[in-house]
Ligand binder design. Structure first.
Ligand code: SF4
Length: 226
């Protein structure tokens, strides 16, 4: 756990600041979908998780309605989570290639995963005010990991823009595998989001996706040698 992370986790889980999102995630937890009809949905906000000394910080958009909102762990139990878990395993940041539930033994090593918005939004689109409401938590996570983070990978343009805003950077241009050197020796890599829309249309291929994590790994490794 991050230092002070218990407090942060509790705050996030109990947060009710965005009434539209809270209503939505609770209603999804009641309605469910046929394939998960026998499961108890988490249906609450979801904090980030991972290694308290992470060198790699990964920031996505938000939990998925029937993924994280069901399992209670971000990027767990949906196709985006499958892509992320496999890539992190193949680059040595995770102990197994699958992440399907909170109790599946999946663990991150040197990596921490979170999202701009901690509640699943309808159509995967949070409003600007919901993003603003939730930015306090992302900023806390960034601060708690400040001393160890070497590479930040943002998934999708909203995550990229909000990370830049959180750390006061302007005029950086979003692109896939675009690499920016930041103050303090950190590196920012922007990636397309591994959403079904991007992967099914081959906007994001597996090779393109792995390139991001291989780049991150190499940067971290080379900085270890100094
Ligand atoms: S999106 Fe963030 S600020 Fe809004 S209710 Fe969920 S946890 Fe709270």
């Amino acid at each position: 756990m991050l230092d002070d992370d218990d407090d942060l986790q509790n705050k996030v889980i109990k947060c009710k600041e965005c009434s539209r999102l809270i209503r939505y995630i609770e209603s999804i937890g009641q309605a469910k979908v046929k394939r998960f009809t026998n499961e108890n949905y988490w249906a609450k906000p979801i904090p980030g998780y991972g290694d308290p000394k992470a060198t790699l910080l990964i920031i996505g958009l938000a939990p998925a309605a029937h993924g994280g909102n069901r399992t209670g762990r971000i990027f767990t139990g949906d196709s985006s989570g499958d892509w992320l878990a496999k890539a992190l395993f193949e680059t040595g940041f995770a102990n197994q290639p699958m992440s399907i539930s909170k109790n599946d033994g999946y663990a991150l090593k040197d990596a921490y995963v979170t999202a701009v918005v901690k509640c699943a939004p309808p159509q995967n689109i949070p409003t600007p005010s919901e993003i603003t409401n939730c930015s306090q938590y992302l900023q806390t996570e960034i601060k708690l990991l400040e001393s160890t983070t070497k590479v930040i990978v943002t998934l999708g343009k909203i995550a990229f823009d909000n990370y830049c805003k959180s750390v006061g950077m302007k005029r950086l241009i979003f692109g896939h595998n675009a690499i920016y050197k930041l103050k303090g020796g950190k590196t920012l890599i922007s990636s397309y989001h591994p959403s079904r829309r991007n992967t099914n249309t081959k906007t994001l291929t597996w090779e393109m996706w792995m390139e991001v994590f291989k780049t991150a790994k190499n940067i971290i490794k080379s900085s270890d040698n100094y």
